[in-house]
Design a binder for this molecule. Structure first.
Ligand code: IMP
Length: 448
């Protein structure tokens, strides 16, 4: 069967802890979208591994697959694999031949486009990993796919077609010197060809490339359990998120089908678990109706939650914006993904506060609405209808995680029950601390 883990908010919901928890029961861990804009920390045997591309299961001896919906920076891929090998591991990572390759000019263009947009309402605050420009080329049918790296004639043809366009864009639109200086190699067909042909050779030597749909289909036929590891979150999905402040892929559950070649009926017969952070965090720009800002008390509270929850970007180190839990956002995510279960993280971070609030609904033009409007401008006009919850005290969360659900302070239980009741979805796990062991498992999706 398959279990798909999806971020229900804006990314950084703590999906990694659940991938760790349930990945133990999986044979193959698959990423279906995004690239090295994601960041996850895996702790195995007391050692910490920071990964942004390699699926975290690879640290645990599982097969890790990057599906066709991913955009792959081979330099990041090899540097993560080499690092894991240096640390004594033997990761087994397969890459879809249909996945698109992030080339150096994508990263350069991501950086200069964000710079050009800075100060305007359009800046998305990207991770500058070249994600958007690579997906643009995929949709524009001028991308380079992993399979193209294996065939030097095809690779040369692709580069000869696309690189002059990129040079013209960088030069004429952004005024970048593409012939001299630090970016020259990024726009040079010969340099790119040599470098990426060598990458193709390494991928072939290590037998890393696969037809992802066939590979995963065969695994399923053989009785393997598959865990699909979504990156980012529903509200930064290119279709269902707060466009244009979104990433360029589909973190939502449908992406698990299109991004791997496993059919939607197979994914739908499995479990789709939404990962919820008990409050909101946002790295990047755009509106955020339940944001804690605008007055000193709220900003101090945001600072406190940010520090306590370690809310700084894993990839970029940027401080994250903080807000109360947003229920319209979660209702939207529940419908868009068809969640069969939830995991709620970080309830410990809210412990000891004087008051806890939740954005239960929005007020928009005198009307109360319960889901997100489809334009980001209208979303920005929404005033949250806040509901107060009784706060819960600071307790020894390690004890709580050892004792189980009943040891969770009553008011926190009421908060969890409210979320589950509102969304009409059961909670499978609760994160009560930063360590991976500090997760209370109520149900295992592989056993549902
Ligand atoms: P990109 O994915 O680098 O193109 O960035 C687009 C938007 O998605 C920006 O607002 C990023 O901050 C956001 N984003 C990308 N990856 C993540 C992530 O892993 N967690 C949270 N936000 C992300």
């Amino acid at each position: 069967m398959t279990v798909t883990i999806v971020g229900s908010q804006l990314g950084d919901e703590g999906k990694g802890a659940l991938v760790d928890l349930w990945g133990g029961d999986a044979d193959v861990v698959v990423r279906y979208q995004g690239g090295d804009n994601a960041g996850h920390t895996v702790v195995e045997g007391g050692t910490e591994y920071k990964l942004s591309l390699v699926p975290s299961g690879a640290v645990r001896g599982k097969v890790g697959v990057l599906g066709n919906g991913c955009v792959v920076n081979p330099n990041t891929l090899f540097s993560e694999i080499d690092d894991l090998r240096d640390r004594g591991l033997d990761p087994d990572v397969r890459v879809a031949e249909r996945a698109h390759v992030i080339l150096p000019y994508h990263r350069v263009l991501d950086g200069i486009e964000e710079k050009a947009k800075s100060g305007s309402d359009l800046a998305a605050g990207t991770t500058k990993r070249g994600i958007g420009p690579t997906y643009e080329d995929k949709a524009g049918r001028r991308g380079v796919r992993v399979g193209d790296l294996l065939d030097s004639d095809v690779l040369r043809d692709r580069l000869e077609y696309v690189v002059p366009q990129k040079r013209a864009l960088a030069d004429a639109v952004y005024g970048l010197d593409v012939d001299e200086g630090e970016h020259a190699d990024a726009f040079d067909v010969d340099a790119l060809f040599e470098r990426y042909r060598a990458i193709g050779e390494r991928l072939a030597d290590e037998e890393m490339t696969v037809n992802a749909g066939d590979f995963l289909g065969n695994r399923l036929d053989g009785g393997d359990e598959l865990l699909f590891e979504g990156a980012q979150g529903t509200s930064i999905d290119i279709d269902h998120g707060i466009y244009p402040f979104v990433t360029s892929s589909n973190p939502t559950a449908g992406g698990a089908a299109t991004g791997t070649g496993v059919g939607p009926t197979v994914i739908g017969r499995g479990e789709v678990v939404g990962i919820v952070k008990a409050y909101l965090s946002r790295v990047g720009t755009g509106p955020l109706p339940t944001e804690l800002d605008g007055n000193k008390a709220d900003e101090e509270l945001a600072d406190y939650i940010r520090e306590k929850g370690g809310e700084f970007g894993t990839v970029t180190g940027r401080p994250r914006r903080i807000g109360w839990l947003d229920m319209p956002m979660l209702r939207h995510a529940t419908r868009a993904n068809g969640f069969t279960g939830l995991a709620v993280n970080h309830i410990d971070v809210l412990a000891g506060l004087d008051a806890i609030k939740v954005g239960h609904a929005y007020e928009l033009n005198g009307e109360t609405i319960e889901t997100m409007p489809s334009t980001t401008e209208r979303w920005g006009d929404c005033e949250p209808v806040l509901r107060s919850f009784e706060p819960w005290p600071e307790v020894d969360w390690t004890d709580v995680s050892e004792s189980g659900y009943d040891a969770i302070p009553e008011n926190a239980q009421a908060y969890l029950e409210y979320i589950s009741d509102e969304l009409d979805v059961l909670i499978y796990a609760i994160g009560v601390g930063p360590d991976r062991e500090e997760t209370i498992a109520l149900a295992n999706p592989f056993e549902q």
